[in-house]
Unconditional design. Structure first.
Length: 320
């Protein structure tokens, strides 16, 4: 820290004066006063500040960020209405270890609508060709509306979906691919409603329970309580084709349940060694139908299939 600064915490206001945090050419300055008066504003100014410094506060989540941020962020209160105004630029934005590109974020308060206007765009950092917008989040947030907090348009072009990999860690250690499409976010903080369509390209996912990786490219339809796809061709690591249909049911992104039907054709369905699973292990190639349903912590699988050439599965006897 540099310079003279002070912090005052009072029942009527909070004040910070020129609190400068400086490190290796980076600086974060906090300055201002926060109270019920709209003229009082708390300001944060970033100068080549590394976002990775904030990862300390994200240790208990599945999130991490990186990049260099410049600009300002201000916060004030007006009759219990928060006015958040920002003009931020981020170079080489990283989210969950996925490098996106450069981002800009603009916000301001609309008193007539009692809403926060948000325009956030991320542009590619491709080594060739002109940068293009890979993700845009534009619209309004209504903090005082009990029926609707969100009215946001979310657009993507070749968005790297591996950013959600940490959120799927309960059943998958690997996700990859790109998403292009548009989603609308409505509803409230407790009951968000996300709808729209996304086209997935070169997508793949590893099912840890079976230690197999499947790839696919197709459109995903996002409804209020159901994320689904219609008879999507999928491929195993040997490029054998199968089909999957159904989707994922949820209740405002809680109580997630699978509702899938898979039709494999000489498909790699199992690839475990004895160190990965002592109960059963080996390789299994199958043709038939597999129904997967239920919550993530209690999945039910109904298999009607025949094994194919190359299957070698071991189920050791357990002697009490």
């Amino acid at each position: 820290m540099e310079g003279e600064s002070y912090v005052v915490i009072d029942s009527a206001y909070k004040e910070v004066r020129e609190l400068n945090i400086i490190r290796e050419g980076q600086s974060l300055t906090i300055d201002g006063r926060l109270s019920d008066k709209p003229s009082d504003t708390m300001n944060l100014r970033f100068n080549n500040w590394s976002l990775s410094h904030f990862n300390t506060f994200l240790q208990n989540s599945s999130l991490s960020i990186g990049g260099i941020i410049n600009g300002y962020l201000g916060y004030s209160m007006d009759n219990d209405a928060p006015d958040i105004f920002a003009d931020l630029r981020i170079k080489d934005l990283v989210f969950n270890e996925v490098v996106f590109g450069n981002a800009k974020i603009l916000t301001h308060w609309l008193e007539s609508d009692r809403a926060l206007s948000l325009n956030a765009d991320i542009f590619s950092s491709a080594s060739t060709g002109d940068p293009y917008k890979i993700l845009g989040v534009n619209g309004f947030y209504y903090p005082f509306d009990k029926d609707q907090n969100f009215d946001l348009d979310i657009t993507s072009q070749n968005l790297d979906i591996s950013l959600v990999e940490p959120l799927m860690s309960s059943f998958s250690s690997h996700m990859a691919g790109f998403a292009t499409g548009r989603l609308d976010l409505l509803g409230t903080l407790d009951k968000p409603i996300l709808t729209g369509k996304m086209k997935l390209q070169r997508a793949e996912i590893t099912v840890d329970y079976l230690n197999v990786t499947y790839s696919f490219s197709n459109e995903v339809i996002v409804e209020e309580d159901y994320i689904h796809f219609n008879r999507v061709p999928i491929y195993d690591s040997r490029s054998n084709e199968g089909f999957i249909e159904g989707g994922i049911r949820h209740r405002y992104f809680k109580d997630i349940k699978l509702d899938l039907v898979i039709e494999p054709n000489n498909f790699l369905a199992l690839d475990l060694n004895r160190y990965q699973n002592e109960t059963f292990y080996g390789k299994a190639y199958a043709t038939g139908q597999v129904k997967i349903s239920g919550p993530l912590n209690n999945i039910s699988m109904v298999v009607v299939a025949k094994t194919e050439k190359g299957t070698d599965v071991h189920i050791p006897s357990i002697i009490p």
